[in-house]
Write a protein that binds this ligand. Structure first.
Ligand code: 6MZ
Length: 362
């Protein structure tokens, strides 16, 4: 497994060996991991070495590689997206996509490559945005109970591209390929989510799970969140800035703050039983500076309200984390972690397993 650093590493190194063994033995589901953000550093360095310096992107690639090697420092979340063009440049051929897919699957499911180290997680839903062609889920090495694909729709996509990607995902699912869901991701400042909803609903009708990055930055408007919530996604990514009003409106037993949201409620015919699982990415939020400290993290709100959550890595390459690292932040004592009990951590791991799209849909 790649070395981890930053808040996850600090939490992990504060644990006693017994706690680490406990965390390693917990069956965990990794449900929010982006393929191109999860490439092991060794693999991306190999691809960079083979990269032909014929393109105008050469300097950008070299700069990004340097940042990845020394540790990415972001001033704000939007800086994260400027890392992607260089990574995409290195993974633009079918051969490179196959290489990184193998490497990412191995890093999560067979870290040493020979089965001597236990997998990071018991079940992995890897997500990626189709680019020009689809070359995914070629891997037959990992059984269906262990790995599946989520097709990511980027917020910048045109209506036609969204339509095409959703059709492709439905078609692949119908052909028996391991496509289990649709995600909406990308720079939170881009796209009009109202135009995405009819496509997302079509995917749901076809039996695909739906997860969306929502309210990930202060730039996401209430209209943006409402458009996405109107599709009633099964899971929500980040949801860092979801307003109290929307939480009260949409989620079951979270007390209403007494605002005039009942008309909106009627408008969207929200059932009080709606409890989408929250995909929580602690290192990602801290390093993107959307959350100032673990103490201020919205995970506390969802734990207090007994709302389902799943602990995920998001982009292990720039955030230099792992499943074990993220779980360490639950168990470690404050300020390095949340100081939860083993029982609570085991319960959270089970909630994650229960939120997988693999389950027969209800
Ligand atoms: C929103 C994110 C993200 O799809 O090319 N992505 N979108 N918020 C995040 N939080 C930091 N992290 C990654 O993987 C890379 C793509 O995933 C999305 C971005 O659109 C990024 O370009 P794939 O495999």
């Amino acid at each position: 497994m790649s070395e981890i650093a930053g808040p996850a590493a600090a939490a992990l190194s504060s644990l006693c060996p017994d706690d680490v063994i406990f965390l390693q033995s917990l069956p965990k589901a990794e449900l929010h991991a982006h393929l191109n953000g999860s490439i092991p550093i060794k693999t991306i360095l190999e691809l960079a070495q083979q990269y032909s310096p014929s393109s105008a992107q050469t300097t950008e690639v070299a700069d990004t590689i340097e940042k990845l090697k020394s540790g990415v420092i972001l001033t704000e979340i939007f800086d994260f997206f400027s890392l992607m063009p260089a990574i995409y440049a290195l993974t633009s051929t079918l051969e490179a996509v196959v290489t990184v897919t193998r490497a990412v699957l191995q890093s999560f499911l067979n870290p040493t490559g020979d089965g001597t180290e236990s997998p990071q997680c018991a079940y992995l839903e890897l997500r990626t945005t189709p680019r020009t062609t689809t070359h995914m889920t070629r891997e037959r090495t990992y059984p269906a109970t262990q790995a599946a694909l989520i097709v990511s729709i980027d917020r910048r996509m045109s209506d036609l591209d969204v339509e095409e990607c959703i059709s492709l995902a439905i078609e692949m699912k119908n052909r028996g390929r391991r496509v289990v869901g649709i995600d909406v991701c990308g720079d939170p400042r881009s796209g009009d989510m109202r135009s995405f909803t009819r496509h997302l609903l079509r995917a749901k009708d076809a039996g695909l799970g739906l997860t969306v990055h929502i309210a990930e930055s202060t730039r996401n408007t209430t209209e943006d969140s409402l458009a996405l919530l109107s599709c009633r996604p099964d899971r929500l990514g980040h949801a860092t800035f979801l307003s109290d009003e929307l939480k009260a409106l949409f989620f079951a037993d979270i007390p209403q703050p007494g605002t005039e949201c009942s008309s909106l409620s009627e408008c969207f015919k929200i059932s009080k039983r709606y409890k989408p699982c929250m995909e929580i990415c602690l290192s990602s939020n801290l390093l993107c500076k959307t959350v100032v400290s673990l103490d201020a993290h919205h995970i506390r709100y969802y734990l207090k309200n007994d709302h389902p959550i799943v602990i995920c890595t998001d982009d292990a390459l720039p955030f230099r984390t792992s499943c074990l690292g993220e779980y360490s932040m639950l168990l470690a004592q404050p300020p390095l972690g949340l100081g939860l009990s083993r029982d609570d951590v085991a319960r959270i791991a089970q909630m994650g397993m229960d939120a997988a799209f693999l389950r027969p849909r209800d």
